[in-house]
Design a protein around this ligand. Structure first.
Ligand SMILES: [Zn+2]
Length: 393
């Protein structure tokens, strides 16, 4: 048994001073405070004085990092992405596909499903690598007008048969589906995906308020990078953004890098959705953690200059890391670190229905990030195993 001690812990809903976390293998068996509970005898003790313990981050929208895209065939790609993620506090992630030709997409889904299955079996080698637990299918059921950089020739109308083909290729590992609700056939696909336990997320969409509400009636419960690749909010035409900001049945995520959204809009979004329904994502590309240059996103190329990731002059994902997104929320909206952490831990984990992640309590996975008082990552535990290197050292 391992005992971790620190200055403070965020569960994240509660704050514990002088915490002790007892780990048995890949599980947390107890979270308590040294003020009320002496350390049990015979435990291996790891002290993080002056540090904060928080649940490992959960990123439900990420395309790559460390020079690699999650759709690549190179077997070294996912391990490289997963190591970078762990350095930035992410312990659980949902590799996210972009629109590509049907064959490219089907083979990518098959390969990602294999990676998820292998990660489930092989827990011993985690530690330094975030764990993929489900696939986020971002295209092809998205709007032509709001496609962003998704290749237009490969967009598809949502149909049950197309969804079924992707589902089979992914062996049921699709856990998040981004879909534009105004497309013909969207409601049937939304209802079917929801019945299979998929988190249906509205996005890349030109939807009216009416179409958005119909999708929520059909079971959609989340929205993808609010404001980005969406019909803009109009004061007489609220559209999809109006619904996302006001409908309490919908949670929603944002890219809080200060580039995709002005900090004022981050503040507005957080005031509207509140601490229960706001989620942080990175939408990170292969360029994350790399110098300026040209990188892959799915089957096309993006250019990165001064932290801006573009293709044909349009924003194309980010180079954001989750720890920075959390710190940005404290800066842009004046939230406490504890509040901001919830948006990267408990909330995304609830949105996708993970019951043992995103929180520190007895029975949860031993996925833990060790932070400095201002939210810099010092080290990360994945499945009870500590990473050697921490980011920014
Ligand atoms: Zn994306």
């Amino acid at each position: 048994m391992i005992a971790l001690t620190a200055a403070r812990l965020f569960t994240p809903l509660e704050s514990v001073e002088q915490p002790v976390v007892l780990l048995e293998g890949a599980r947390i068996v107890e979270v308590s405070s040294r003020a009320t509970r002496p350390l049990p005898a015979g435990v291996q003790r790891i002290d993080f004085p002056d540090s904060i313990l928080a649940p490992g981050f959960v990123d439900i929208h990420i395309h790559g990092g460390a020079g690699h895209d999650v759709m690549e065939t190179d077997p070294a790609a996912l391990p490289a992405v997963e190591q970078l993620l762990a350095k930035h506090g992410v312990t659980t992630y949902f590799p996210t596909t972009v629109t590509a030709s049907r064959d490219h997409l089907l083979t990518a889904l098959d390969r990602l499903a294999t990676a998820i299955e292998n990660a489930e079996r092989d827990t011993a080698s985690r530690g330094h690598r975030a764990q993929p637990v489900g696939i986020h299918l971002e295209g092809p059921f998205i709007s032509f007008e709001r496609r962003g950089v998704h290749p237009p020739q490969d967009l598809l109308a949502p149909t049950l048969s197309a969804f079924e083909r992707f589902w089979q290729a992914a062996r049921g590992r699709i856990r998040v589906l981004t879909i534009a609700p105004e497309l013909e056939g969207a409601r049937e696909v939304i209802a079917e995906a929801v019945s299979r336990g998929v988190c249906v997320s509205l996005g890349h969409s030109d939807a009216s308020l009416h179409h958005t509400r119909a999708a929520v009636e059909a079971g959609a419960r989340h929205a993808t990078h609010a404001f980005n690749a969406m019909r803009p909010l109009g004061h007489r035409e609220p559209g999809i953004v109006g619904a996302v900001l006001t409908d309490s049945r919908l949670s929603a995520d944002i890219i809080a890098d200060g580039i995709h959204l002005d900090p004022i809009i981050v503040d507005l979004f957080l005031k509207a959705k509140g601490p229960e329904a706001a989620v942080l994502i990175t939408d990170a590309t292969a360029a994350t953690g790399m110098p300026d240059g040209r990188y892959r996103l799915g089957w096309f190329e993006v250019e990165v200059k001064d932290g801006m990731c573009t293709a044909d002059g349009k924003l194309a994902g980010s180079v954001l890391t989750m720890d920075r997104a959390v710190r940005n929320v404290t800066k842009f909206a004046g939230w406490s670190l504890q509040q901001a952490l919830r948006l990267a831990t408990l909330n995304p984990s609830r949105v996708v229905g993970l019951s043992t992640r995103g929180k520190l309590e007895a029975g949860s996975d031993a996925d833990i990030v060790v932070l400095s008082p201002n939210g810099e990552v010092r080290t990360t535990f994945v499945g009870g195993i500590m990473s050697e290197a921490a980011a920014g050292r």
